[in-house]
Design a protein around this ligand. Structure first.
Ligand SMILES: *Cc1c(COP(=O)(O)O)cnc(C)c1O
Length: 362
């Protein structure tokens, strides 16, 4: 047998990330409610910006992202000097692990936390440490209890995916205050815009040296296909990430589209209010059919079934009707299906179809 080169320890423990399904066998135009995408498409201003950028594709994009960072600063009330832009917030998560974790380090994430935390920790050579949640909600005491001398990063998404639950600002501050100085707290705010009156943790970043926030253009800004996200941290963290990111990580179309999207405030406001209205409708309709869910602060609802068999059967039933949702057994929630809040017609269809499923099973 010939010896072949082996990757670093931990790499082969990575289960490659699986995105939400987008096709259903035998259905021509399925409704995709499996990836928490914006049902209203990209903002028109972003589409127009990409069209205009097409004529300049022979030019390298700017490396400092200055225009986009200034627009982010103005839109979100943050200091542009401490904003770092990435190829989706996934890249910011990976850069944080690369910079602060690595072999010998421990990276804490929660029981039902976003899978990229574990993947990026392992990719850096670090050891992911999973801590329990309480009733599908981040448990600050469990996290603090898991911290060791080797801990470097703690990732929590607030609101969390796939649970949709969130912890309050006082709890997040208690977590930040309880961490020793050798640990960085990362607040993933991918769904922050959907939570009423929430800054994603920006004020906490400004008040501490050990807190970083990540944000994305993939959800409410409707640009998942372009891959733009950003991190906001203390100056020392922004400096570190700026040294290791690729100089041309964001393409020209990505930069101009994200900047344009920030300016389309009417679109964003409509997405926020429609999401809130339809999320309430969906949760109530499902509850009326005997399918409970936790109060969601995001753009999806985590529907809870009696057991794994019922969740699987419902997923199959929905798929046959052209409705694609997300099974979350991989997130230790085998009896649940995560359903993106779509537009009104999608929400009505999915609620009605789950009602039929429950009636036929009864
Ligand atoms: C969707 C999502 C993101 C966004 O990732 P991008 O790389 O910015 O598309 C980040 N964190 C969580 C928890 C998410 O659900």
């Amino acid at each position: 047998m010939t010896e072949i080169i082996q990757p670093r320890a931990g790499i082969l423990d990575i289960e490659p990330y699986k995105g939400g399904a987008s096709t259903a066998e035998g259905v021509a135009n399925p409704v995709k409610l499996s990836s928490n995408e914006n049902p209203y498409g990209p903002p028109a201003a972003a589409v127009e910006a990409v069209r205009r950028a097409a004529a300049r594709l022979h030019r390298y994009p700017p490396t400092d992202h200055a225009a986009l960072r200034a627009a982010i600063g103005a839109a979100h009330g943050v200091d542009p000097e401490r904003v770092v832009c990435g190829v989706g917030s996934d890249e910011i998560i990976a850069l944080l692990c690369q910079a602060y974790a690595g072999p010998g380090a421990e990276v804490i994430h929660t029981e039902h936390g976003f899978s990229m935390y574990r993947i990026s920790a392992l990719a850096s050579g670090a050891t992911p440490v999973e801590v329990p949640e309480r009733e599908r909600t981040t448990d600050v005491d469990a996290i603090l209890g898991a911290v060791t001398q080797a801990t470097r990063l703690v990732f929590i998404a607030n609101p969390n995916n796939p649970t949709g639950t969130m912890i309050g600002e006082a709890e997040v501050a208690r977590l930040a205050d309880g961490l020793p100085p050798h640990v960085l707290l990362v607040l993933d705010g991918a769904y922050a815009e959907y939570a009423e009156g929430f800054d994603g943790g920006a004020a906490l970043v400004d008040a501490r040296e050990n807190v970083v926030m990540t944000r994305t253009f993939s959800k409410i800004y409707g640009l998942g296909g372009l891959r733009v996200g950003w991190g906001y941290g203390p100056a020392h963290v922004a400096d570190v990430l700026g040294r290791i990111r690729g100089p041309f990580n964001l393409s020209l179309p990505a930069l101009v589209a994200a900047e344009a999207a920030l300016g389309d405030t009417a679109f964003i406001e409509r997405c926020r209010s429609e999401n809130a209205r339809l999320r309430a409708f969906l949760a109530e309709a499902l509850a009326a059919h005997g399918v409970p869910s936790d109060p969601s602060h995001a753009n999806f609802v985590l529907a809870r079934f009696a057991d794994e068999a019922e969740a699987r059967a419902c997923d199959t039933f929905l798929k046959a009707e052209g409705l694609i949702v997300r099974p979350v057994a991989g997130y230790k929630l085998p009896n649940c299906l995560r359903i993106t809040v779509g537009d009104e017609s999608a929400c009505r269809r999915v609620a009605h179809t789950i009602g039929r499923f429950k009636a036929e099973a009864a």
